[in-house]
Design a protein around this ligand. Structure first.
Ligand SMILES: Cc1cc2nc3c(=O)[nH]c(=O)nc-3n(C[C@H](O)[C@H](O)[C@H](O)COP(=O)(O)OP(=O)(O)OC[C@H]3O[C@@H](n4cnc5c(N)ncnc54)[C@H](O)[C@@H]3O)c2cc1C
Ligand code: FES
Length: 531
């Protein structure tokens, strides 16, 4: 299932493959901003975070304007797998070590509050998004230590998570002990956020699509078409905040993650969520794990949606399996564990792993007090983005909130600062290495369907020749901090190995922190020295 990621494609998403969610949506209305506006709060980003925040603020009586670069959910929200969980990416026994028992309780509570909030909103706004409460099963990855399930049981229980030990995992092809997390949930993410949009507009809020915020400051935003939205408060919910060039990239790490959708005869598997505990044999900053769920597909089949095989963005040396081949590995893992039939979908996305295991929601560091960000979602962004709606609404309304300090993007405790300084040093080393990246090929070596870095008139360019032979040339210098971008042959994008900015093969920015396109030389003649 692939689409052409061209500006004219009405289903533009953050890559060439499209997800089941995007494919099962009817229409993506194009509603660009064409006038200057004034409002209480302007929100940049029409994913789950931006729309949850806009919804909660509207409920509290604030006038909101949302601007979205692509279409509603065309970022990572359209590429998710939409497990709503209290079983977090970071084990509770690790969180307890970093934050202590009391704060770990607060972390668990915030995810439970988020699931309850989504359920309540679905009922209140009558959103048809197949929201369902399910159980979730965490089982041991072969590389993990025997005792880790027991440790997690104890720590999660202490944090107030409803959990029990099970001798067998329902649905798995072989017997396996597990922890069963009760009261988890799942939904169709795009149907849910479309429901939020309708509710926001009913309350007087405005949602604009195909509207890129090119300038963002404490007074509001200016779009690339030169329209302005002046606001008392500014919220940047662009997944990686595109208004924060220097502080957040050292606190979180971008990872690519892969998903397949395979047919399963109805009634074969129970409706549930499944996760393994992660691959400890990999030398990455966090242990990539597999995540699996079921979704109704048609009268005969359900879709088993299985994800994993993560790696740092633009860096596949963990297994030397390139991006486009990760699906084969994921399919093999899934067939080993579940009784699946034909694979009918595949797509990939990006998650941001935060340095200390929990997200960042609150005031933008080194900025005015009225500018807010949401980032560091990891694989728990569904609950984090929903929770951001509640927390940011309280901050803007000047209400006390017991989670404010915990999730503050400004947080920098002694323990974490040690880690962060080490990571900043590592990061600087990487940036320097990638600035001076010298590998390049001749333009004539770029065959149809391939890409590479070429040197033209002294400038490094990313060159991609599509299957028909058309050449696309863009500058290879990332518009964030000038690292050299690398080709992702799976999503046909130029990905930056430094902090995860991504650009389509035409140069359009599709993931921050960069907020500007790569200069495109596609229409220039490579021999004319007009670069
Ligand atoms: C494959 C995959 C599986 C996942 N599975 C789960 C899961 O099961 N459970 C879970 O909890 N989490 C999961 N996550 C994480 C979760 O999907 C994300 O955290 C969440 O969708 C992020 O939402 P967001 O609103 O922050 O970002 P996005 O959905 O990316 O929204 C940001 C929006 O901002 C827009 N934008 C960017 N720059 C500008 C600009 N300058 N002007 C205007 N608009 C702009 C973008 O177009 C984009 O639409 C998964 C993620 C992936 C990739
Ligand atoms: S994302 Fe920072 S230099 Fe590219």
């Amino acid at each position: 299932m692939e689409i052409n990621n061209t500006p004219n494609d009405p289903r533009i998403t953050a890559g060439k493959n499209i997800s089941y969610w995007t494919d099962s949506q009817f229409a993506f209305p194009k509603t660009p901003l064409t006038e200057n506006l004034e409002t209480d709060v302007v929100i940049v980003g029409g994913g789950l975070a931006g729309l949850s925040i806009a919804y909660c603020l509207s409920l509290s009586g604030k006038k909101v304007v949302v601007v979205e670069d692509g279409f509603i959910g065309s970022g990572e929200t359209g590429r998710t797998t939409a497990h709503l969980v209290t079983a977090l990416d970071h084990r509770y026994y690790d969180l307890e070590k970093i934050f202590g028992e009391e704060k770990t309780k607060l972390i668990a509570q915030s995810h439970q509050v988020a699931i309850d909030f989504v359920e309540q909103t679905v009922h209140q706004e009558k959103i048809d998004c197949e929201f369902e409460r399910v159980k979730g099963y965490l089982f041991l990855h072969p590389s993990d230590k025997e005792g880790s399930l027991g440790k997690e049981f104890e720590a999660a229980g202490k944090a107030g998570v409803k959990i029990r030990e099970e001798e067998e995992v329902p649905g798995l092809l072989y017997p396996q002990k597990a922890l069963c997390f009760l009261n988890q949930a799942q939904f169709h993410p795009l149907n849910y956020i479309n429901g939020l949009c309708k509710a926001i507009e009913k309350m007087g809020g405005k949602v604009y699509t195909c509207t890129h915020a090119s300038k963002i400051n404490h007074q509001g935003i200016t779009t690339s078409d030169k329209f302005t939205v002046k606001a008392k408060h500014i919220v940047v919910a662009t997944n990686f905040p595109v208004n924060n060039l220097y502080t957040m990239f050292s606190k979180q790490y971008p990872y690519r993650t892969y998903v397949i959708g395979a047919l399963v005869k109805k009634g074969t598997l129970p409706n549930a969520l499944w996760w393994d505990t992660g691959d400890f044999s990999k030398n990455t900053k966090y242990q990539p794990y597999h995540y699996v769920r079921l979704h109704p597909y048609n009268d005969l089949f359900d879709l088993l949606i299985s994800g994993g095989e993560d790696h740092p963005t633009a860096e596949t040396s963990d297994t030397h399996v390139p991006e486009e081949n990760r699906y084969r590995v994921l399919e093999a893992w899934t067939r080993n564990h579940f009784p699946i039939g034909e694979m009918v979908y595949r797509w990939s996305g990006q998650v941001l792993a935060p340095m200390d295991g929990i997200g960042f929601i609150g005031r933008n560091p080194l900025d005015h007090d009225n500018v807010y960000i949401v980032t560091g979602d990891s694989g728990n962004g569904m609950t984090q983005c929903s929770f951001a709606g509640l927390l940011i609404t309280d901050l803007i309304n000047g209400k006390e909130n017991k989670w404010e300090k915990l999730y503050s993007p400004l947080r920098f405790t002694f323990k974490e600062s040690g880690v962060a300084l080490k990571l900043v040093a590592e990061d600087l080393k990487n940036v320097l290495k990638k600035w001076f990246y010298t590998g390049s090929v001749e333009l004539s070596e770029i065959k149809n369907g391939t890409a590479g870095i070429v040197k033209l008139d002294g400038k490094k360019c990313g060159a991609y020749r599509d299957e028909s032979g058309k050449l696309f040339l863009v500058s290879a210098e990332c518009t964030h901090l000038k690292c050299m971008v690398l080709w992702n042959n799976d999503e046909k994008s130029w990905d930056c190995p430094c902090h995860g900015s991504r650009f389509s093969y035409r140069g359009k920015v599709i993931n921050g922190p960069a907020n500007f396109d790569l200069p495109s030389y596609t229409d220039a003649d490579p021999d004319s020295k007009s670069f």
